[in-house]
Design a protein. Structure first.
Length: 330
């Protein structure tokens, strides 16, 4: 068994689970065109969920903070981006790709900017007093989430908001019998770039080294003259900005958002972080892709099980690997 596990690990180990899942789905679905469409949709969904979940995984893995208010940044990111897109709707419908791209860029910048500022305030006022106390973290961040949802209701109201898309991201690519939405392709590319950037930041830069060293031995790093509190604030702000960007992307994906968006996504985000392995960016990506693929395949093959598929998936993975697929090494 040990030799078999070693051979499996050599050929990718748990990283091959999405491939295995896709192959099983290919057999069950039967129609290649439908399988390709569902697979691309699942990958795009997974990368968008990764954007939202990576911030939570980052904050927990590096700061040991259970932030149940994380989904508030998702909601605000979605509504802030939607407001900018609505205000610049005349740019979105123009035939100019440059104007389309500028409107989208301004929406993303507004969402990210809000996430950075809100993350700084959230960490300073709410989270900092409850470091190293998980029970109080859960209670106070859940309270912050409830307050945030009421603020969204007060500002944007309870009526669903329609989110316009840039003209150049509308429509689909038709390749034979396969139809691939342009927006999903864009979401996949953006999510992949964010993952590469995070991996490089944490593993190939001095800042990443200092953050990881500060987690392991705070006193030693501070004795070298570095301000760990400032580094941790930066980590929290980055996690909040990623959540806001993920919310902005999801708003364009759904095209209709409500104040309940954060609460709905919180469940999926926590499932992804748990099955991927707490504190692991690679595990979060793996978990998000598996969740995205499973949701699309099950929704096609057994629609009545679509809502329960994520919970079933989480239970199955945790029974097999209690610490998640790729937990962070500490």
């Amino acid at each position: 068994m040990d030799r078999l596990a070693e051979q499996i690990g050599r050929f990718g180990g748990v990283n091959l689970l999405p491939v295995a899942l896709a192959l099983v789905a290919f057999v069950l679905i039967g129609a290649p065109s439908s399988w390709v469409t569902l697979t691309v949709a699942g990958l795009a969904m997974g990368l968008m969920v990764f954007l939202m979940a990576s911030g939570l995984s980052l904050v927990f893995g590096l700061m040991d903070v259970l932030n149940f208010g994380h989904s508030a940044f998702i909601s605000f990111g979605a509504f802030v981006a939607a407001s900018v897109l609505i205000a610049l709707n005349h740019w979105l419908v123009a035939d100019s790709v440059i104007l389309n791209a500028l409107a989208l860029a301004f929406a993303f910048i507004a969402a990210i900017g809000f996430g950075l500022v809100a993350g700084w305030l959230f960490e300073t006022i709410i989270v900092r007093p409850v470091y190293r106390d998980h029970l109080r973290q859960i209670l106070i961040t859940m309270g912050a989430l409830i307050v945030s949802e009421q603020v969204i209701l007060a500002i944007w109201g309870g009526t669903p908001v329609t989110v316009p898309r840039p003209h150049f991201l509308e429509g689909s690519w038709i390749i034979g019998d396969v139809s691939i939405e342009v927006y999903r392709g864009f979401a996949f590319v953006l999510g992949a770039l964010i993952f590469v950037g995070l991996h490089f930041l944490l593993n190939r830069t001095r800042i990443g080294l200092l953050i990881r060293a500060g987690v392991e031995n705070r006193e030693m790093v501070e004795s070298l003259g570095f301000n760990i509190d400032r580094l941790f604030i930066g980590v929290f702000m980055l996690g909040s900005a990623l959540a806001a960007l993920g919310g902005a992307m999801w708003a364009g994906y759904e095209t209709l958002i409500t104040p309940a968006l954060g609460g709905e996504m919180m469940i999926i985000v926590f499932i992804v972080v748990i099955i991927g392995g707490l504190g692991s960016i690679r595990g979060t990506l793996l978990g998000a892709i598996i969740v995205g693929l499973t949701a699309n395949y099950v929704g096609y093959l057994a629609p009545k099980l679509a809502l329960a598929s994520n919970m079933i998936l989480m239970m199955a993975i945790l029974m097999w690997r209690p610490k998640g697929l790729a937990p962070a090494v500490k």
